[in-house]
Design a protein around this ligand. Structure first.
Ligand SMILES: [Zn+2]
Ligand SMILES: [Zn+2]
Length: 219
């Protein structure tokens, strides 16, 4: 490739990266490729998820969100972000790598995006800390099988909803599960047979609230 010399600083394209006729630094000083947003986001102090466009999302969803928030006259090809949070501070930042198509070439830029967090609790964590649970899964029967199943079941349940508490009885554990539907779905996925019963536990906004108990018997 033909060697270029930056008309502004005199650096050579054999030493530094160029964008069009200028070295990268000089080009970006004259004409930034994008503009980073000023962000203030709700962040849950318990689970660390952030409210992005109305939904509670984890860090993995941050790049998609940033793609909509970063202003650029060029095509943004990709965004990667690594979040750095100090639990004692409202301020955080992300190391971002933004890849832009500009002047017929692909330019990757490392940058720092500062955030301001509003510390709050997401609805799931608020419910969980209140001991809320719509379902109880009882594991009964063969103690060895119960012991083997419990950690696996908890992992699956936590991926779908939350566990308020596990209460050990001498007949076996009672798992207090936040949401009923995922609780029953996880049992079905694991091909476990269970019997359900419903109990009226109160009223909420003029609707009766039932708690479902699912009893799994392991032979
Ligand atoms: Zn230059
Ligand atoms: Zn949370």
């Amino acid at each position: 490739m033909l060697q270029k010399t930056c008309p502004r600083c005199g650096k050579s394209s054999s030493d530094v990266a160029f964008i069009a006729a200028f070295c990268k630094d000089c080009y970006l000083q004259r004409q930034p490729l994008y503009e980073l947003p000023e962000l203030e986001l709700d962040r849950c102090v318990k689970c660390g998820r952030m409210r992005l466009k109305g939904f509670w999302r984890d860090e993995k969803q941050l790049p998609d969100y940033l793609r909509e928030k970063i202003k650029s006259n060029h095509v943004i090809k990709s965004i990667a972000a690594k979040l750095h949070v100090d639990p004692d501070s409202k301020l955080a930042h992300a190391d971002v790598r933004i890849t832009v198509q500009a002047e017929g070439q692909t330019v990757a830029l490392d940058d720092r995006l500062d955030f301001r967090f509003i510390k709050t609790q997401c609805p799931d964590c608020a419910l969980m800390s209140g001991g809320y649970h719509e379902a109880i899964i009882q594991l009964r029967g063969n103690p060895e099988r119960v012991e083997r199943l419990l950690p696996k079941l908890l992992r699956r349940l936590e991926a779908r909803t939350f566990i308020s508490k596990v209460v050990e009885h001498k007949e076996g554990p009672d798992i207090q599960v936040g949401k009923k539907r995922p609780a029953l779905e996880v049992l079905s996925q694991l091909k476990l047979e269970f019997e359900t019963s419903n109990k009226l536990v109160g009223e909420h906004q003029n609707k009766r609230v039932y708690r479902t108990t699912a009893c799994v018997r392991l032979e």
